[in-house]
Design a protein around this ligand. Structure first.
Ligand SMILES: Cc1ncc(COP(=O)(O)O)c(C=O)c1O
Length: 384
């Protein structure tokens, strides 16, 4: 089956659910046994649930992994992976431009629990090997394209090196989705998604999804999920299952719109620089063409006026686009990374990552592209 078909038909058999076309919502905390030790498939909701199972199996199939797990939020999923594969004394090497919340979890929690946290610019492959030699990390954590400047890492090359030094590779695939990039086929061991974003696609669910390549490692992560309990509820799973059925068509529109908006932004007098992997001017355009089948729906810009005031003037001038701390829904959004997703970072760290006050990130939705452009253009004109 091809991706769009697999997103609709894999992992669900209507014959097992009274011929219901859509997976029913099993709003249950438990299932009854008729006798001690009866081998029934589902017993207790923290361990498993039939609706959740269909979602987990669907995403595992799309990401080409052995098992999937659905969590109450993206951060619950990341935390579960790190708990399952790291122990005190271990080192994690993470991409420097990691998602802000994951940065906070590493620096404010894991670093105090005896985990050595090393951030590195892994967009430059040569940075990795000396760090692997020095730290012998248990885990290398990647994000590509990264938030908000859409930087890419060479996934296959990083995995090959990391594995030579005995490290596992975890990968945040939130921005690309399995439709545009399947990192397990490039060597990644564990995939993570904030399903809150594109997999859900309608901005009405918080969820994390983890897919593990190897069955034994999947069991370790699953056991950690069962013990710590941050599972996703059946209703949320049904919403995200519905979202995934339209992922391919939504992503096609997101990226077609984003390409047009990115190209027009390069011509706008208020804009100093545009970040979108689909632009030939993007530092990792060639790599993006090689390892992704499309460039995604997120576009970022530096304003010529690099101030919070200018950013705020643009945000306030928007009529249709709303400012919100997320992305990946059908509606276009604007985000000010310095005061939202990356607010936990010091000014020095923000500067080193290029998180300027005049940086704006657009999540380009699936509305008519002329309406999106009309709104962005007129708002940017206020600071041109
Ligand atoms: C790239 C990335 N990873 C992880 C997360 C965290 O996911 P959640 O907000 O669903 O907990 C986010 C949320 O913005 C994200 O953008």
């Amino acid at each position: 089956m091809k991706f769009a078909t697999e997103a609709i038909h894999s992992s669900y058999n209507p014959d097992e659910h009274n011929r219901a076309i859509m997976p029913p919502i099993y709003q249950n905390s438990m299932f009854a046994l008729k006798e001690i030790g009866e081998p029934i498939p589902y017993r207790y909701g923290r361990v498993s649930n039939p609706t959740r199972q269909v979602l987990e199996d669907t995403v595992a199939a799309l990401e080409k992994g052995s098992a999937g797990m659905a969590f109450a939020s993206g951060m619950a999923g990341i935390d579960c992976i790190w708990r399952a594969v790291l122990k005190p004394g271990d080192t994690i090497i993470a991409v420097a431009d990691i998602y802000g919340g994951a940065y906070d979890l590493l620096t404010e929690v894991y670093a105090h629990w005896g985990i050595k946290v090393v951030f590195a610019d892994l967009t430059v492959l040569a940075n990795l090997e000396p760090l692997l030699q020095e730290h012998k990390p248990a885990l290398v954590w990647l994000e590509s394209p990264s938030n908000p400047l859409l930087r890419l890492v060479d996934i296959e090359a990083v995995c090959t090196l990391a594995h030579q030094y005995g490290a596992l590779v975890g990968f945040d695939n939130t921005f690309a989705t399995p439709y545009l990039q399947q990192p397990i086929s490039m060597g990644v061991d564990i995939i993570f998604h904030s399903a809150t974003k594109y997999l859900c696609g309608h901005s009405d669910v918080m969820m994390g999804i983890v897919v593990v390549k190897d069955a034994a490692l999947a069991k370790r992560v699953r056991n950690m999920q069962i013990m710590t309990g941050a599972i996703s509820g059946p209703m949320d799973c049904a919403f995200v299952l519905r979202g995934i059925k339209t992922l391919a068509v939504r992503m096609d529109r997101h990226l077609a719109n984003a390409q047009i908006i990115a190209e027009r932004l390069t011509e706008h007098p208020a804009v100093a620089q545009v970040f979108y992997p689909g632009l030939a001017s993007h530092e990792h355009h060639e790599l993006a063409k090689r390892q992704m089948s499309g460039f995604g729906g997120v576009v970022s810009v530096y304003l010529k006026q690099d101030t919070r005031e200018a950013a705020n003037t643009v945000i306030k001038a928007l009529d249709m686009l709303l400012m919100a701390p997320s992305l990946g829904g059908v509606e276009s959004l604007i985000n000010h990374s310095a005061s939202q997703s990356h607010s936990g970072m010091s000014r020095e760290v923000k500067d080193s990552l290029g998180i300027r006050e005049g940086l704006l990130r657009f999540s380009i939705g699936i509305e008519d592209v002329e309406d999106i452009w009309h709104d962005i253009n007129q708002a940017l004109n206020t600071v041109a």
